[in-house]
Design a protein around this ligand. Structure first.
Ligand code: KG4
Ligand code: ZN
Length: 379
């Protein structure tokens, strides 16, 4: 860091861990720009993010998104004091594009580079939304790529991973079940829309890792693949029953002929299935997050990640936090979904804490643990 800097440090953040190319600029705790390009539409026909497609989209989006962020902030790269980039966790090929671009930018501009943790970045988003981060806080990060429960005592120096998904991420579960129900991609918003007309109590879907035995071994871990399978089985049984009721032939393997399957599918109670599935996801997320608050004596819960867009999650979290006397913080949605501003915000905290920049000798790390808020030099 250049010692002629007397203002609050201006940090440019680069995010490319999944399907959003994000470039954000912050000054201290203040948001100056948050430019995001998403390749979501390009993944729609595959029903989920395709890493190769995402990586190529980052290459194309980087230049224009950088330009847009600098223009919005009214700054040139020379006005920036430091650059922060997501080093992980995330999709390896996607991360590499942002990391390579950040190194080039750092080398070309002479600005110090911080390689930071994406999950810690989600927590850093709160600082831009409310001006500070109240600690200790439990943080629940839910997106298409992660489902993590954290205990944050200090954003820079003390984050503990309490638990995470052992299979699918929460958003991934929404995407897979939406595909199963023929609702399309991304699944979250479509399930939510379908669920609005349905009864969340119509079907009692399983809550993953929630039996007494599971809770002892995995108090704060999540599992959504059993739920997805339960929905698939329920749908298949309902279709078979509907076909049998309508007098269609069913072979010994339980297979329906095409006409019978189409007719049975048209009769599925999509709204009730969607509402009941959504309720199961939301219930287990909020139950485990609040159990962490209670067991650890932490009176705060912060939410982050794209699944926070879910209205039912926000509603249930608000109700149960109020009942438990836990303060709930949900940053603006534009800061909850993947973006560069949250990465810049974490970078600004590292600069403020006097941490030395990472430099150029590091690589993307798709499994970077959340206990490392950033990669220290020569680590
Ligand atoms: O944070 P995010 O934008 O980044 C990725 O993980 O790519 O999160 C996207 C995820 C997708 O899985 C999407 O289905 C989910 O967030 N999502 C939702 C809603 N809106 C987006 N899930 C549930 N309800 C929603 N309204
Ligand atoms: Zn994320």
């Amino acid at each position: 860091m250049n010692d002629t800097v007397h203002h609050e440090p201006i940090v440019l953040g680069i995010e490319s861990s999944c399907d959003e190319t994000g470039i954000g600029i912050v000054q201290g705790t203040r948001l100056l720009a948050n430019a995001v390009a998403s390749s979501m539409d390009e993944h729609a026909r595959f029903g989920g993010v395709v890493p190769e497609v995402a990586a190529r989209a980052h290459v194309q989006a980087f230049g224009p998104t950088l330009r847009q962020a600098l223009d919005t902030a009214g700054l040139g790269i020379d006005d920036v004091d430091a650059i922060a980039v997501t080093a992980g966790p995330g999709l390896a090929g996607a991360l590499m594009v942002g990391v390579a671009a950040a190194k080039g930018l750092s080398l070309g501009s002479g600005k110090p580079l911080y390689a930071v943790n994406h999950l810690a970045g989600h927590v850093g988003a709160e600082i831009l939304d409310s001006g500070s981060l109240a600690t200790p806080t439990v943080a629940l990060l839910v997106s298409g790529g992660h489902t993590s429960l954290l205990l944050v005592r200090d954003l820079v120096d003390d984050i503990e991973l309490l638990g995470e998904t052992i299979d699918d991420a929460a958003g991934e579960a929404f995407d897979k079940v939406a595909r199963l129900l023929g609702l399309g991609y991304p699944g979250g918003p479509r399930i939510q829309r379908a669920a609005a007309e349905g009864d969340p109590k119509a079907i009692r879907f399983p809550r993953g890792l929630s039996t007494a035995k599971d809770l002892r071994a995995h108090p704060y871990d999540f599992s959504f693949s059993g739920l997805k399978t339960a929905v698939a089985r329920w749908v298949s049984l309902a279709e078979t029953r509907a076909a049998a009721d309508a007098g269609h032939p069913i072979d010994v393997g339980g297979e329906l002929d095409e006409a019978a399957a189409a007719a049975a599918r048209a009769d599925l109670p999509i709204a009730d299935i969607a509402a009941s599935f959504q309720e199961a996801v939301v219930d287990v997320l909020v139950t485990k997050a609040l159990a962490a608050c209670e067991n650890l004596g932490v009176p705060r819960l912060l939410l982050g990640g794209g699944v926070v867009a879910n209205a039912r999650l926000r509603e249930v979290a608000a109700e149960r936090c109020a009942a438990a006397g836990v303060e709930l913080r949900i940053p603006d949605l534009s800061l909850c979904t993947d973006n560069g501003a949250m990465i810049a915000s974490l970078g600004a905290q590292l600069v403020a804490a006097g941490k030395p920049p990472t430099g150029l000798a590091f690589g993307a790390d798709s499994t970077l643990p959340v206990t490392e808020s950033y990669l220290a030099p020569n680590a």
